[in-house]
Write a protein that binds this ligand. Sequence first.
Ligand code: ADP
Ligand code: MG
Length: 304
Amino acid sequence: MAREFDVIRRYFQEATAARDDVILGIGDDCALLRIPPGQQLAVSMDTLVAGRHFVADANPTNLGHKALAVNLSDLAAMGATPAWVTLSLTLPAADTTWLTHFMQGFSALAATYQVQLIGGDTTRGPLSITVQAHGYVPPDQALRRAGARVGDNIYVSGTLGDAGLALAAQQGRYPLDAGARSSVQPHLDRPTPRVALGCALRQVAHAAIDISDGLGADLQHICTASGVVAQILAQHLPLSATVRAYIEQTQDWQLPVSAGDDYELLFTAARADEARIRQIARDLAVPVNCIGEITAAETMVMVL
Ligand code: ADP
Ligand code: MG
């Protein structure tokens, strides 16, 4: 590897705070980790490629945030507590300004969840960012896609379609005034992984997934894995004022159903546990709405 890439390794070494359960972090051939006794390891990986997942000149601080956020979102959807991450960077050049800003976004989010960067790889090539996230979860408490039961309520956190609307505006497909744009853009650039919610849903939710491909597609994943179908009430979909105004103007109800990138949690739980779900949402100050129920019919029903 070129010398210039050796120089930038220190950007990773001091990027995140040390955890007690990291025996050996960056600097050797492998990291050494102590998994808490009696816990299972949850591992997930996601790649962001320039030109496919983001524009090449995207703000690097936002990219650092998002690359980590989408992985923490996967841990959240599993009910896992985040602990360690690795980072594989393919960079066109050893651009230290870009890297400084990228690591600022990455490190700030890592600090929020006490996640430590424990290793990675750095190579030259077209810009691509891969993060692997490691967390832990008590045995048999992980929230899988399979597990939704007939009669379950279906819940979603936050609001839907904001990231999709920001992308439409960014790509010039829909004009938004500055105020509206600034209300939806953070959903696309700096999604909030619902880590605390995912952990709190252990032993309550029957099935869970994070919405990366869109409500419809991700709900279908739960339904397929669980062998059930879902009935969603369009009027119950949680919408921001900006998305609501967009729909009123365009009648495009597809946006909150099909747009991806929201990284909200979609989960099911027994109707009898509704009060528990509401209490969790209140305690964490995370909006959670019931948007429908799991049924036994043969095909997915969308009541619009
Ligand atoms: P090796 O040749 O053994 O793979 P490297 O030169 O690739 O070693 O990396 C040296 C050290 O720096 C390793 O501990 C590795 O985990 C770490 N490292 C390299 N790139 C990154 C990165 N992008 N993020 C975090 N750690 C990194
Ligand atoms: Mg290497």
